[in-house]
Design a protein around this ligand. Structure first.
Ligand code: UDP
Length: 395
């Protein structure tokens, strides 16, 4: 089966990193069509995944766009749509990995007569999207998609609550290659030295800098922790959240935490950095659709504390393979951090459980197999990478 994957982003967020793992086994039977150029294209190339930037100008519609703004963008999308339709004719299936990819993918699916899969990486709720965008996403998915893959029970539930067709939808978690999270102790030690983290209790936060990711909650919690606790913030403002970055720096200065918070920007060595941490914190104040960093921290054998909402609740059982705290509650977070500082053995046991469970539940080979099976069931065609061609049946 030849698959045209579509993704709107030139930047590597969680949905894009997940797509790398899904597209990779298909080799040159897949093409990733991007609506913007950037580091994500380079990453795909590093993984030898065929990629083409299909748009010549950035798409202006934002998550909170209203109806008129959405309508105004239609003209702007026409050249991109024409390119996607032309490209799609060379593939058996269109696989939309983001919302704007769904819009273009749905129209292309109709015009090129190719079936459409929508991989839902978002919680479709008014916390994240305008009413117009929600309506467009659900209507297009219901009307044009033959399969909707939700990345968690939480994103599945939100899709159905907004009127999404349950019969179309299957839940598939993100998959991870365990080997990518094995690190060399001497390298990790060197990294800690380079960053001046020796003798500290290091809490790591790995996420783009955005208000809903709640880095400010961690900084507030840090001000209530003993002085040996220090924080590294890994990630950058990917989608223009510069004001928030400024606010974070101001908050750090106001709380006199300049020596205890490091902003490391976007990094490609997340496993090594996670291994250099004593605890990984996830602090989203709106429900997280899945929460890749939670699983990644577990695979690195690090204890993880996460905000109790959305996908995080499906990944962590409090006190068994991690810790859950009320979203936005910095005092509760500070308490968990201090427990981890004090209870070293208990915390290590929880981290070990986390690693063992995550290794089994999110194994990339099993997850890719699950997706391949869904595609072959829905389209009556062997969809295994390298599988034999057959007849498509999309209804
Ligand atoms: N990430 C990264 N470098 C950074 C910060 C984050 O590679 O500097 C990765 C992180 O390891 C994770 C992804 O970005 O795989 C973020 O995914 P998540 O599901 O946590 O959040 P999303 O970006 O999808 O909202």
């Amino acid at each position: 089966m030849k698959i045209l994957f579509l993704d709107q982003s030139g930047k590597p967020g969680g949905a894009e990193l997940c797509l790398i793992d899904i597209a990779k086994p298909y080799g040159d039977r897949a093409l990733v069509g991007l609506f913007a150029d950037g580091d994500f294209r380079k990453l795909l190339q590093q993984h030898h995944i065929p990629v083409k930037v299909l748009a010549t100008q950035p798409i202006q519609v934002r998550k909170q766009s209203n109806f008129l703004q959405a309508l105004a963008s239609v003209g702007q999308l026409a050249p991109l749509l024409a390119k996607v339709v032309q490209t799609a004719k060379e593939y058996d299936l269109i696989y939309a990995n983001t919302q704007k990819a769904l819009v273009i993918g749905a129209l292309a699916s109709f015009l090129a007569r190719r079936p459409l899969v929508y991989h839902l990486h978002d919680i479709l709720s008014s916390e994240h999207f305008s009413r117009t965008n929600l309506r467009i996403a659900v209507t297009l998915a219901n009307r044009f998609a033959s399969l909707v893959i939700a990345n968690s029970q939480a994103s599945h539930t939100a899709f159905i609550a907004e009127g999404g067709n349950a019969k179309l939808t299957e839940i598939v978690y993100n998959g991870f290659d365990r080997q990518n999270y094995q690190t060399v102790a001497s390298e990790v030690k060197e990294l800690r030295q380079q960053l001046g983290l020796e003798g500290k209790f290091v809490v790591g936060h790995f996420s783009r800098l955005a208000p809903w990711k709640g880095q400010h909650i961690l900084i507030r919690a840090l001000s209530e922790c003993p002085p040996e606790v220090t924080v590294i913030l890994v990630g950058d403002a990917l989608f223009g959240e510069q004001d928030y970055v400024q606010e974070l720096h101001e908050q750090v200065a106001k709380l006199k935490l300049e020596n205890r918070v490091q902003f490391l920007g976007f990094r490609a060595d997340v496993p090594q950095l996670m291994a250099a941490c004593d605890l990984v914190a996830h602090t989203s104040i709106a429900p997280e659709p899945f929460g890749r960093v939670i699983v990644e921290a577990m695979l690195c054998g690090r204890p993880v504390v996460a905000a109790k909402a959305g996908g995080a609740v499906e990944l962590i059982e409090h006190g068994r393979n991690g810790f859950l705290v009320t979203p936005g509650e910095s005092e509760e977070l500070a308490q968990v951090i201090q427990t981890c500082v004090a209870e070293v053995e208990m915390t290590a046991t929880i981290a070990n459980h986390g690693r063992a469970i995550a290794g089994q539940r999110f194994d990339i080979v099993a997850i890719n197999q699950q997706i391949a099976q869904l595609l072959s069931q829905r389209f009556k065609k062997p969809a295994h990478p390298g599988g034999e061609e057959g007849r498509l049946q999309t209804d």
